[in-house]
Design a binder for this molecule. Structure first.
Ligand code: ADP
Length: 493
């Protein structure tokens, strides 16, 4: 007689921690990921996750900017978090995203901070150290034993580190394994050092870590995680090199056996040219002509010449040197002799914002710089612009290029990280979906943008690019299944 091993069919319990999650709060791609990967994991068919369902709970900070009235929230728990200066109360609310339980943790270090991320690194250090400890404690309060703690980026990396310190002596977490996904290696949590002390988190003495990194949240998490995931296969390789490793390359090489690359997916419902609202004329590969309506609407709204023959170039993203915004501003100057229009949507580094505004002054009839976060306009741009410019200096995964391709907005991007993994280059393959270039220079971007602008009037070539890019599957299914396999291997090990 075969005896049934109960644990082999039990759901895999995952506590998923992130600093932001759409639709509660989103600043960048991490918000997209934390809002869409957990539902994708929960909805995986058992055959895609080794025969076991995934039961996932998402935990995010209850940032002051979250609009409480827009969501149903129920208070569930209040408990103290110990610090060196006495205890601080964590107050937890319950809500849901598409059937996934969501816990929002509040408390002084979180609710008193402005915005999601602060310019004051120490303030962020306290906020996320408190959150990381409180999130671990929450599992205990709920008496919900996680098989996996899945943290993301430096903000939640300390939960992984603390787990590794307490696991040996703490029955509750004895079987819990950890995954840390790196969305952006350079952000390691500098400024959090004093908070480690306050929240009684001992620095590491492990000599594999460079000395400067032994008190920083992300390196501590990378040291302690049972598995490390980078958000694209190319980025997983790049971070092992001096160019992208931010001084951790040798340490990361020592952890290479536990490092994989899994591409982020796109929320195919939220980003759907066929069905979405947001003031967009819906279209598909079958009736791509309708896309022109969206382009005209943009030209009209921004008082630019309503001419379908002029390619409309867009930038949508954080105004950060990482994104190569400065390269775009220089390139557009260099391309002044060609006919194009550009809309730049983003916020971030004040100097880059000012430069973008200046470009609009320099090209009053064909550049618009929209310096704000505007989700609705981003949809309209993906659905109406012809080209998305994404010359990132480094790009762990990048969502904007995948969203753009889903809308037939052709990316002109640098061949790095996830951009390299998701875009097939016009110059290399007849099966292309965009334009890639190598050097992080304005000249290289200028040449490639010029090629795109020259190709644009060629209806057959451009339609081909659009059709192929729109037919790609950037959904979460494949990546969620890869995460599920990772979880399963960890808990079986
Ligand atoms: P990152 O995570 O590095 O910021 P990604 O390309 O992975 O970059 O994700 C950026 C996400 O944020 C995309 O969904 C993009 O459309 C959105 N986004 C960035 N800046 C803005 C903005 N100013 N207004 C609206 N959406 C924005």
């Amino acid at each position: 007689m075969v005896t049934r091993n109960a644990s082999s069919t039990d759901p895999i319990r995952v506590l998923f921690l992130a600093a932001e999650a759409d639709p509660f709060v989103k600043v960048g791609g991490l918000g997209d990921v934390a809002g869409s990967l957990p539902p994708a994991l929960q909805n995986l068919l058992p055959e895609d996750s080794g025969g076991r369902k995934i039961e996932i709970r998402l935990v995010i900070p209850f940032h002051g900017v979250i609009d409480q009235r827009a969501f149903t929230m129920v208070p569930v728990s209040t408990y103290p978090v110990q610090t060196d200066e006495g205890s601080l109360l964590a107050t937890v609310y319950y809500s849901e995203i598409r059937g996934v339980p969501v816990y929002l943790i509040g408390g002084d270090p979180i609710t008193q901070a402005p915005g999601v991320y602060s310019f004051d690194a120490r303030e962020d250090g306290a906020k996320f150290a408190f959150f990381s400890i409180a999130a671990l404690e929450l599992a205990r309060k709920l008496n919900w034993h996680p098989d996996i703690i899945h943290a993301n980026d430096w903000h939640t990396a300390l939960s992984v580190y603390m787990l590794s310190l307490i696991r040996a002596k703490d029955k509750f977490f004895q079987k819990t394994r950890s995954v840390l996904t790196v969305h952006n290696l350079p952000f390691m949590g500098a400024g959090a050092e004093s908070s480690l002390h306050v929240f009684r988190i001992p620095p590491s003495t492990d000599e594999r870590l460079p000395e400067w990194a032994r008190q920083l949240p992300l390196p501590l998490g990378l040291l302690a995680a049972d598995e490390i995931v980078a958000v694209s296969p190319t980025y997983a390789q790049e971070i092992l090199t001096p160019e992208f490793g931010c001084g951790l390359q040798e340490f990361l090489q020592s952890r290479q056996a536990s490092l994989t690359g899994i591409l982020n997916g796109v929320d195919m419902q939220a980003w759907d040219p066929v069905r979405e609202q947001n003031g967009v004329m819906n279209y598909s590969v079958e009736n791509l002509d309708l896309r022109q309506v969206n382009k005209s609407a943009l030209q009209n709204r921004f008082s630019m010449l309503e001419d379908p023959t002029v390619p409309l170039l867009a930038f949508i993203g954080r105004m950060d040197p990482q994104k190569g915004v400065d390269l775009i501003l220089q390139s557009l100057q260099q391309l002044s002799e060609l006919a194009w229009q550009a809309i730049i949507l983003g916020t971030g580094v004040p100097g880059l914002e000012a430069d973008a505004r200046q470009l609009e002054i320099d090209f009053p009839d064909r550049v618009r710089s929209v310096i704000r976060f505007d989700g609705r306009l981003s949809h309209q741009l993906y659905a109406g612009a012809d080209v998305l410019m994404m010359p990132s200096r480094y790009e762990p995964c990048g969502l904007a290029q995948m969203i753009a391709m889903r809308y037939g907005c052709i990316p002109v991007a640098r061949a790095t990280g996830g951009l390299r993994d998701t875009i097939r280059d016009f110059f290399i393959t007849p099966d292309s979906t965009g334009f890639l270039f190598q050097p992080a220079s304005a000249d290289a971007l200028t040449n490639t943008l010029r090629s795109a602008v020259y190709t644009y009037p060629n209806q057959v070539a451009w339609r081909g690019l659009q059709t192929r890019s729109m037919q790609q599957d950037f959904g979460w299914q494949r990546s969620a299944a890869a995460y599920a396999r990772l979880y399963l291997n960890l808990i079986r090990a």
